[in-house]
Design a protein. Structure first.
Length: 156
């Protein structure tokens, strides 16, 4: 009888270990977004939406053009709307080695690397940097692009 109890206890522990991590991860919800940039200096979307129950966002930027990143590179940078101009200006000074994003810039909520024609980049960020019901701006910080390559991300 004692052996059976030990076996049953071991089985219960193994079963709990298998179930509880899955249950904990079930609360995490990664929401995936995709956006494209072109050789015409445009994003294909002017607005992106993230559901309020998402715990993180995985955004993939694809450059659908053919031009190299040194000539027509694109990135995707998420900011609080009032910080858009400051981040764009700081990005120009940061240069291509930093993907036109100032290193350590606290105004940048998330950003991809710079991509050229045919390339893609993905960034994953927690929604804890966003406020439910909030509206944020995204832009390309490649010099001269932010005036036309921008949009709005809404959360919740």
């Amino acid at each position: 009888m004692r052996v059976i109890r030990h076996v049953l206890a071991a089985v219960a522990l193994v079963g709990a270990a298998a179930v509880f991590p899955a249950a904990a991860n079930a609360a995490d919800k990664v929401c995936k977004l995709a956006i494209s940039g072109t050789d015409s200096m445009t994003y294909d979307k002017k607005e992106l939406a993230v559901a309020g129950d998402c715990t993180s966002v995985e955004l993939t930027l694809t450059h659908t053009g053919k031009l190299i990143k040194e000539a027509m590179g694109h990135n995707w940078v998420l900011v609080n709307t009032p910080d858009l101009s400051a981040v764009a200006n700081a990005g120009m000074s940061a240069g291509p080695a930093n993907n036109y994003v100032a290193p350590g810039d606290k105004k940048v909520l998330a950003s991809t690397k710079l991509v050229g024609g045919g390339e893609s980049a993905t960034v994953t960020f927690p929604t804890s940097v966003l406020k439910k019901g909030g509206s944020y701006s995204y832009l390309c910080t490649f010099p001269g692009h932010n005036s036309v390559m921008r949009g709005v991300l809404k959360f919740g």
